[in-house]
Design a protein around this ligand. Structure first.
Ligand code: PLP
Length: 384
């Protein structure tokens, strides 16, 4: 990596994004090949078969490792494929401590798939680091946290949990999807690995699916590369290219997401139909101080409570600028109902246990004109 590539945006635009050596093409070429011509037995240009490696993928992995401050990155077909890759480092009897309020697909994978192979999971509220300490076992290999959480916007003190995790000889993995590396750098705070659903802010345009695991040791790099080769759930060259293109504008998008996020949160917080707003940027958020300490922005994810599912539906039926749908992190404002969408798999009891109500609506504020987003929410809330 060139020494001139220091700042975040410079790295986002240039690391792994160097002009093509053969043609000078400024945009990275897409290599949609399954295999590579070899000169003789054992002599090739570093690429043999596309499941193992691909030049467009190498570019993206180099870029994302730089943005998160890790030593390696490996990309997968989805965020969940990246989590699956981590699980395949575990053996029967190994134990993972997971935050009790994370993206619903993660406990679904742990409880309904991985536990069938003898992997053991404990769920604790990681916003209180002592809960992690209490749950540590001899065989604890990983602690998995998401901060802020989806959709309750609860934070975990990354540095405090890293200390506890390391004292137990385990490793801390942080799902940094909500903040992106632009607003939060978990490795600098002691995390061993960082995961993203690249589907969200890294891609940023709601047009691709992917996941990444960023590691800090030689062992991480070797194991994730091996899993890519052995299990094969890799990101396609075209999807890699979409993320390479997306990250070039990550910093400018995140600045707008954050600015508009704060305005929308203020609007909702002052609206009489809204019972509660969960957004770490609000001064009355119980972890506002921690958000200011470990994040450099508050982002654009906001959850608010309308009191009941019928109320939420009345509003969601009326939105026109905001799009009702799953997912987040795109340039367009996406609005969803976690209880029936992202967190349906938790079941009513699981949702109740973490405080996720049927009246909650989650919004991922996009980069449209914020006045239009607010006007749309205002007219939709009138239906409640
Ligand atoms: C915070 C978080 N982590 C992980 C995932 C899973 O990623 P994917 O949908 O790319 O498999 C999601 C998806 O919504 C998410 O929001």
């Amino acid at each position: 990596m060139s020494k001139q590539y220091k700042g975040f945006s410079t790295r986002a635009i240039h690391v792994g994004q160097e002009p093509d050596a053969e043609t000078g093409s400024v945009a990275a070429p897409i290599h949609p090949t399954s295999t590579y011509a070899q000169e003789e037995i054992g002599k090739n240009k570093g690429y043999e078969y596309a499941r193992v490696s691909n030049p467009t993928r190498t570019r993206l992995e180099t870029n994302l490792a730089s943005l998160e401050g890790g030593s390696s990155a490996h990309v997968f077909a989805s965020g969940m494929a990246a989590v699956t890759a981590l699980c395949s480092f575990m053996k029967a009897g190994d134990h993972l401590i997971c935050g009790s309020n994370v993206y619903g697909g993660v406990p679904r994978l742990f409880n309904q798939v991985m536990s069938n192979y003898g992997l053991e999971f404990t769920y604790v509220d990681t916003s209180e680091p002592r809960n992690v300490e209490k749950a540590i076992r001899k065989k604890t290999k990983y602690v998995w946290i998401e901060t802020p959480t989806n959709p309750l916007m609860v934070l975990t003190d990354i540095a405090a949990v890293a200390k506890i995790t390391h004292a137990a000889g385990a490793e801390l993995v942080v799902d940094n999807t909500f903040m992106s590396p632009y607003f939060q750098q978990p490795i600098k705070m002691g995390a061993d690995m960082v995961m993203h659903s690249t589907t969200k802010f890294l891609n940023g345009h709601s047009d691709g699916l992917g996941g990444v695991m960023i590691g800090t040791t030689k062992e991480h790099a070797e194991k994730f590369a091996f899993i890519q080769k052995a299990a094969g759930a890799i990101m396609s060259p075209f999807e890699c290219w979409l993320v390479l293109r997306g990250v070039k504008t990550l910093a400018v998008r995140m600045e707008v997401h954050d600015r508009s996020g704060r305005e929308v949160a203020d609007f909702l917080n002052n609206h009489k139909k809204v019972k509660k707003v969960l957004y770490p940027g609000l001064k009355d958020h119980p972890q506002h101080a921690l958000a200011k300490k470990q994040q450099t922005g508050f982002g654009s994810m906001i959850t608010f409570d309308l009191g009941s599912q019928p109320n939420a539906n009345k509003m969601l039926r009326k939105v026109r600028v905001c799009t009702l749908g799953e997912s987040l992190g795109g340039v367009e404002t996406l609005i969803s109902h976690p209880a029936t969408m992202t967190h349906a798999a938790l079941g009513a009891a699981g949702r109740k246990a973490i405080g996720l109500t049927d009246g909650m609506v989650r919004i991922s504020v996009g980069v449209e004109d914020v006045q239009d987003i607010i006007a749309d929410l205002d007219q939709a809330l009138a239906a409640v």
